[in-house]
Write a protein that binds this ligand. Structure first.
Ligand code: NAD
Length: 344
């Protein structure tokens, strides 16, 4: 296995990173996947159950901002590419306290860039090996009722989380410009699917409904998000990492714009369908009756939507999962998780 090209994947114990590692492990048995993850509250090794014994997968528990550790990883392994997911990712937490967001998202990204640059320059492969930065449509700011973000939309982050991601992206771009490093950035819309942390919207709705607790929705619930099934995101990342020209940026969308209140209602009606006995117990007509509006999130962006025609045209990608089927699979997955924890 020492001979296999090594990919450094950061944040692989989180939601998208773990889905990506599973996807890559299945699709490319010829890579060795090195997962550098600090295992913060958001990282969960059970997201990677089944891979622990694989000869082509290794978990390194550590901080991307730890210079000594990151440089030693490049010394010990011949790293052929970096796919960088690790981040503090929850907007609400960044509003409470943003320091860790700068430390991980900006400083951590810089440490990875410096280590990759130093190692690849020494080996004479700086232009060949790729640094792929995983970004979000939130860096572009907020939209009115119409329009979409393109890859050229200037950054206009509105909360500390998106500001730290924009800062990281700019650092990545600067390494492309200054050192001619082979960097790419992809910015996707909201992901959904299995293995997301319970603090995020969809798992929260499911768990609250199953506990017969109020389902909190910020403000009037009319904020619009575009939803991308995580497997579709993973396929897009595979294409971008392997085929995109150096120094390019791609938006990745799901083509599923929906208001938060409507996705909450949709999830509740899926739950009505798959848990009728529970609904009967609660004496509710529908789990929708649990929805309650709370004070709006500070600086809550109204609408995000991305134009991903560049990715579709240049790399031939399109999402495969419709929101209705993807949401049903996802809700069922969280219900199964919940039931396996509730009745061990
Ligand atoms: P997540 O919070 O589920 O996972 C983040 C992972 O990073 C966790 O495993 C955590 O332990 C790890 N981590 C955090 N700080 C670290 C550090 N200092 N060193 C090493 N590891 C650290 O996040 P996610 O939702 O899977 O998002 C992954 C990436 O995708 C992030 O960069 C995020 O900005 C981006 N993104 C997410 C979405 C989305 O909808 N979830 C959309 C667009 C972009």
């Amino acid at each position: 296995n020492k001979q296999k090209p090594v990919l450094l994947i950061t944040g692989g114990a989180g939601f998208i990173g773990s889905n990506f590692i599973r996807y890559m492990h299945e699709t490319y048995p010829d890579y060795h996947l090195l997962n550098l993850d600090k295992l913060t509250y958001a990282g969960n090794t059970s997201n990677l159950i089944g891979l622990e014994a694989s000869p082509t997968y290794t978990l390194i528990e550590g901080d991307i901002a730890d210079e000594h550790l990151v440089h030693s990883l490049f010394d010990e392994h011949d790293i052929h590419g970096v796919i960088h997911f690790a981040a503090e990712s929850h907007v609400d937490r960044s509003i409470e306290d943003s320091k860790q967001f700068v430390e991980t998202n900006v400083l951590g990204t810089l440490v990875l860039l410096q280590a990759a640059k130093q190692d690849w320059e020494k080996k004479g492969v700086l232009q060949e090996r790729r640094f792929h930065q995983i970004s979000t449509d939130e860096v572009y700011g907020s939209l009115g009722e119409t329009g979409e973000f393109s890859e050229d939309t200037p950054y206009d982050p509105r909360n500390p989380y998106s500001a730290s991601k924009a800062g990281a992206n700019l650092m990545v771009r600067s390494f492309g410009h200054t050192y001619n490093m082979n960097v790419v950035i992809s910015s996707s819309s909201n992901n959904y699917g299995p293995r997301q942390h319970t603090e995020k919207l969809i798992p929260t709705i499911v768990s609250k409904a199953l506990k017969n607790e109020q389902i909190p929705i910020y403000g009037d619930g009319k904020n619009v998000r575009d939803w991308l099934y995580v497997d579709d995101h993973c396929r897009a990342l595979d294409l971008i990492f392997h085929q995109a020209p150096p120094f390019s940026t791609y938006n990745i969308g799901g083509g599923n714009e929906i208001r938060n209140i409507d996705i909450a209602k949709e999830i509740c009606s899926i739950l009505d369908d798959i848990k009728p006995e529970l609904l009967k117990e609660t004496k509710l007509a529908s789990f929708q009756d649990l929805i309650t509006h709370t004070n709006d999130r500070l600086g809550h962006d109204r609408r995000y939507a991305v134009d991903d025609s560049k990715l579709r045209k240049e790399l031939g990608w399109e999402p495969k999962e419709a929101l209705s089927t993807g949401l049903r699979k996802t809700v069922q997955w969280y219900v199964n998780q919940w039931e396996s924890v509730a009745s061990p």
